[in-house]
Design a protein around this ligand. Structure first.
Ligand SMILES: C[S@@+](CC[C@H](N)C(=O)[O-])C[C@H]1O[C@@H](n2cnc3c(N)ncnc32)[C@H](O)[C@@H]1O
Length: 222
């Protein structure tokens, strides 16, 4: 729990939500998604949920999917928990985690239908670019996590990072661009988050990047 919350009533309210929505990594054991959600519905993952508006809204719109939100900032997790309701958001879980290549130790391969990465930190300075979440090793992991219908949806307000992302995907043969790969037209059911609105007010409109997993044909003789 973030130490910043001094209001006891609010703190208790968040702790109650945490009991329901937050899940924890137990050693190097894969999450049992069926046990967590109690069904086999498609699992949609969002990396870096921020204040959680997208997760909270999408999970209501698509109640037939399960949602798994990953976030490293504890204060933001608390903020996101406040937006979730134990009756209406039964298909949502959050995990306090820094997503990197180790994700494959936590989540079984071929189990995620869609991965959203919305406004990932752009690390604009050249010397910081190696911190960008989009890199080939991480895309390798995303490929493994996605199921056969798997899709990656990325959104960025940073033109140069958008070009970096496209460059990475264009260098690969395991993903196919959807609708040309990039557009400035918001996706159906698009939800504007606090962060996105802030960026738009500063004059930086989002770009939407979509790639789907390409299935490698099994060429072995049957
Ligand atoms: C710029 S904010 C965008 C938040 C939200 N996606 C939105 O569009 O409003 C990026 C968020 O990703 C989180 N984050 C950055 N790297 C992460 C990582 N590797 N794993 C999990 N969360 C991460 C940050 O803590 C922050 O909350």
């Amino acid at each position: 729990m973030s130490r910043r919350i001094k209001n006891t009533k609010l703190r208790k309210h968040i702790e109650k939500k945490r009991e329901y929505f937050q899940i924890y990594q137990k050693g190097n054991i894969h999450l049992d998604l069926f046990a967590i959600y109690g069904n086999k519905n498609p699992v949609i993952m969002e990396i870096g949920i921020g204040r959680g508006e997208f997760l909270a809204g999408q999970s209501l719109l698509h109640w037939q999917n399960n949602y798994l939100g990953l976030e490293i900032n504890k204060a933001r997790i608390d903020y996101a928990l406040r937006q979730l309701d134990t009756k209406r958001h039964q298909n949502v879980r959050i995990i306090d985690l820094f997503a990197d290549e180790n994700l494959i130790e936590l989540i079984k391969s071929n189990t995620i239908r869609k991965i959203y990465i919305l406004h990932p930190d752009p690390w604009p300075k050249r010397r910081h670019q190696q911190r960008r979440i989009i890199n080939h090793k991480f895309i390798d992991v995303l490929y493994q996590l996605l199921d056969d219908k798997g899709v990656i949806e990325i959104q960025t307000d940073h033109q140069e990072y958008a070009e970096w992302i496209l460059q990475h995907f264009s260098e690969r043969e395991d993903f196919i661009p959807v609708n040309g790969g990039i557009t400035d037209i918001p996706r159906q059911g698009h939800l504007v988050t606090y962060f996105e609105e802030k960026k738009m007010r500063e004059g930086n409109n989002p770009l939407y990047i979509t790639y789907k997993k390409k299935l490698v044909k099994d060429t072995r003789e049957k």
